[in-house]
Each structure stands twice: as C-alpha cells, then as structure tokens.
Design a protein around this ligand. Structure first.
Ligand code: SAH
Ligand code: SF4
Ligand code: F3S
Length: 480
C-alpha cells in the first residue's frame, strides 16, 4: 500500500500518541507519513470531543480538506479519534468524510482505506474493545523533538465523571502489559530520548494482571519503579493522576528515584464539595486538600498543577468562591481552566440543567484565570536565585542563540545556549521570570542524568535486573 498519509491531531497527549500508533500501523504496510497536505493521498484528522469548541475546530478543518479533495481527485479523508467514536455514521453525512474510525480500531486502518479506495464507498469502524492496548506496536514519533516522548500505559476510563465524554469515546479501562511498556521505554533510550511521559486517563488505577498467572499483578507505583530502574538516564513523568485513587506508594516511589520528576497533575475541577459530588468525582474539598498536604510532606519540592471547570450545572457564586479559595490554599503551580461545555448523553446532560449563563461562565473563568496567573507568577518568583536541572528541548522561538527546556517541576525555562544541544542536561540558575517562563543562565552542563547520580551505572544496572526479574519476567517452573 504505497500511499502518502497526512495526519493532523487535536485533543490530549493520548491522541498525539494514538496518531503515532496509527502512523506506525500504516508505515508497516508501505505508506509514507508526510507533512505537506498538498501532496497527500489520504488526509487523517485525529479528533477530540471533550468540549464543544474542540469539535467545532475540527468541523472547520473539514471545510479546508474539502478544498484539497476538489483540487485533486482520489484524495480520501478519514476522521479518527473521539469525534469518530461519538458521532460514527453521522459524520459520514458530511460530504468531505470518507470514513470514521474509533480509538480502538486503528489496526483496521489499512483495510478501511483499501475498502474506500476500491469500493468508492463510505465506512465506519467504531467498535470499542475490552482489551486493545496496541501493546506491541512501536509508535512512530512523527511530531517529536527527539528528546521527550509519550508512552500510553492504559486506555479507556472507568470513572463516570458526570460532565465527561471520555468514557463514552474511549470505552472501558484496560492496562497494558508492563513488559511492553518497559521495552518501549528502553527503545526510546536507545534512540536517544531523554524523557518519557506515561499516559493514562487515570494512571493511579493502572493495574495489570498476568493472564497466565492471575495472582501476579503490577500496580502504578510498581510500574513507575520498573521504568525508573530500566531507564536510569531518562526523566520520567506521568499524567493524569486522580485525587480519589492517588496512593502514598506512588509518592514514595517518586521520592525514591531521582529520575522521576517531582510534578503531579492532579485535576481538582472545583473547590466546592457540592459541585464535586454532582460531578461524581468521589472526593470532597477536604479530601483533596489532605492529598495535597501528603504530597508536600513526602515530596516537598513537588509541583502541583490542575484542571478547573467554571460554571458547571447550578454552580452558585458561593461554589465559585470556594474554587478561588481552594486555588489560594493550594497555590497551584499551573492550571488548565475551562468553561463547562455540556456533552451529549453524559449523566450531567441527561440529569442537570446547563443553567449557568454564558456570561457568568465567562466571568468566572476569567476570575479563575486571573488568579492562576498571579499564583503561577508567585510560584515562578520563588525559583529566582535557585538552580534547576533543565533538559534542553530546542531553540527558543525568539532567538536561536537561546535554548528552552523544562525543570523537573515542568516549568518552562529559557537561557543562553552556551553550546548546549537538545537532549543535554544543564543546570540553570534562575534570574528572572514571568508567569509562564523562567529565565536564567547555565551554570553546569552534563550530557546525561547519570553523571549526577550517586550510584555507579553498574550498581544501577544490577538493581534493575533484579527488580525486573522479580516483578515481570515470566516465572518458569515456579513451585508453589
Ligand atoms: N482524565 C483526566 C482528563 C480528562 S479531560 C482527568 O480525569 O482529569 C481533561 C480535562 O478537560 C478535565 O480534567 C476537565 O477539566 C476538562 N473537561 C472534561 N469534560 C469537560 C466538559 N464537559 N466541559 C468543560 N471541561 C471539561
Ligand atoms: Fe473524564 Fe473523569 Fe475519566 Fe477523567 S476520570 S477521563 S474527567 S470520566
Ligand atoms: Fe483526549 Fe479529547 Fe478524547 S481529551 S480522550 S481526545 S475527548
């Protein structure tokens, strides 16, 4: 199948990784991934349904793809991802769309494309699976900086947060075989990657059971440890944690391994227990604050970021003020902030009126953003005068004499290049900042993480082998 494939991706990091999986499946059968839409045989758009504006953006893109189809005959347009899963055949009514294919069906991409080309017919493949994890497929890092990459460790979501479409578009939760996760991380190391983010909608509920021996299981803190040990030269991140499921074990593992980055993205959504209950988040304001206290006790330098929804169903001014006050209590280092967007068929859409006016939603969101900007600035100001380990990602947009990278806490940092290259580890003393960026100068320069580690490489390797053998290697002839 010698076709030129153009892929455009919207939505979360999981979608970015899914596009890499789709690219891998298509290159295996002879296709080429290209960056220029004007010579594509197949245009794929991997979509997001989480909010109405995410869907609108994609519908706008379809208009542009229609022009491509007019320019060249035979061009095929396929919609992948969450919108494909949500809307299925409905999307095929759009003249531009030739096929829709859901997140669990990417193995069918070659067959679906062949079908559309041969039959000239439209098709939709959107069965959700109980066990698909694309475990053995090595994603093609099409859009990567060559320094950091994503690994999906699980798929789907079993939480029914009442506002959220994800469980409908992504299906039941399933955990990927840890052996394949460790192997993929090691592959990344061999290709020169220096940072990996383990992805799941709720990483704390990662739980793999060995199909050959159901008494053997691996939970998230064990997985984290395995990856940390297998790749001592790689910085390890993960996302997303759920306040109801995050356990101390994960925090201890983070504290123990210098290559696991001290940053937790812990979406709170609201500061009002009444709203949280309505959202079906299964924790209260107090539970959340307690978790934050525990994190700070175990990992004092841990950055904490969050997601917040403004104007959920029947949210009062008092509820909103509680969100602002929680933000001030926690002093988040960063946040993604959204206006509530009703999603069809969710519990909230069926049971609660979307009764906060657009005007009030916007006003509250703006207050939340304004407060967060002040908190982010204060958090960055605390870094001034300190020195941080920064993984160099690439040149800054403004000047190629400057490089950018992130601290372990995931703070974005700009500094004079001084001969550093993407993938290097530099130690940067912070001199000034804005609410979004730290600015500083390099005071030390290392090629790898391990140079700084106290253990010798050999000691670390020994530890790794022992740990991996004990936890995930097949146990042959084991006597009871
Ligand atoms: N699994 C992750 C993230 C899921 S989607 C988690 O549980 O946190 C990312 C964020 O989008 C959510 O945290 C939430 O803040 C936001 N979001 C989800 N559904 C939304 C909706 N209907 N309207 C507005 N924001 C929403
Ligand atoms: Fe959506 Fe909740 Fe699942 Fe996150 S945990 S994906 S917000 S249902
Ligand atoms: Fe991700 Fe959007 Fe789907 S956030 S899981 S692409 S709905």
């Amino acid at each position: 199948m010698n076709l030129k494939i153009y892929i455009e991706t919207y939505g979360c990091q999981m979608n970015v990784n899914d596009s890499e999986v789709a690219a891998s499946i298509l290159t295996k059968v002879g296709c080429t991934i290209i960056e220029d839409i004007s010579s594509a045989d197949v245009i794929l758009v991997n979509t997001c349904s989480v909010r109405d504006n995410a869907e609108k953006r994609v519908l706008g893109r379809l208009d542009l793809f229609r022009l491509e189809k007019k320019k060249r005959s035979g061009v095929i347009v396929g919609v992948l991802g969450c919108m494909a899963q949500r809307l299925k055949e409905q999307l095929l009514k759009n003249n531009t769309v030739d096929f829709t294919i859901g997140p669990d069906s990417y193995r069918s991409l070659p067959a679906v494309i062949a079908y559309v080309r041969e039959k000239g017919d439209k098709i939709t493949e959107t069965n959700l699976s109980a066990n698909e994890t694309y475990a053995e497929i090595e994603p093609i890092r099409t859009d990567s900086n060559g320094v950091s990459a994503f690994i999906s460790i699980m798929r789907g979501c079993n939480n029914i947060c009442s506002y959220c479409i994800v469980p409908f578009t992504r299906g039941r939760e399933r955990s990927r075989d840890p052996k394949t996760i460790v192997a993929e991380a090691e592959q990344l190391v061999s290709k020169g990657y220096k940072e990996v983010t383990l992805l799941g909608q709720n990483v704390d509920s990662y739980n793999w059971t060995d199909p050959d021996n159901p008494t053997r299981t691996v939970n998230f803190s064990q997985l984290l440890e395995l990856v940390a040990l297998a790749c001592p030269n790689m910085r390890i991140r993960f996302q997303t944690s759920h306040p109801k499921d995050m356990r101390k074990g994960v925090l201890y593992t983070m504290a123990m391994y210098p290559n696991i980055c001290p940053h937790i993205h812990l979406p709170v959504q609201s500061g009002s227990s009444k709203m949280l209950q309505k959202m079906n988040r299964k924790y209260t304001r107090e539970d959340y604050l307690e978790k934050i206290k525990t994190i700070k006790e175990i990992i004092p330098d841990c950055a904490i970021t969050t997601d917040i929804i403004a104007g959920f169903c029947s949210e009062t001014e008092e509820d909103h003020l509680q969100t602002l006050s929680l933000m001030k209590d926690v002093r988040f280092d960063g946040a993604f902030m959204f206006q509530y967007s009703q999603r069809p068929n969710t519990f909230a859409a069926k049971n609660y009126p979307d009764d906060v006016t657009e005007e009030i939603k916007t006003k509250r969101l703006n207050q939340i953003i304004e407060l967060q900007n002040a908190l982010s600035l204060a958090s960055n100001q605390k870094c001034i005068g300190q020195t941080y380990q920064v993984l160099v990602e690439g040149p800054s947009k403004r000047s190629d004499k400057q490089m950018t990278g992130r601290t372990p806490q995931n703070k974005f940092c700009v500094f004079d290049a001084k001969g550093s290259k993407p993938g290097d580890l530099v130690y940067v003393k912070i001199l000034t900042c804005s609410s979004a960026t730290l600015m500083g100068e390099i005071v030390e320069h290392h090629k790898t993480l391990i140079e700084k580690a106290e253990d010798s490489i050999e000691d670390i390797r020994k530890k790794i082998r022992k740990k991996i053998t004990n936890t995930i290697a097949p146990q042959k002839n084991k006597k009871k």
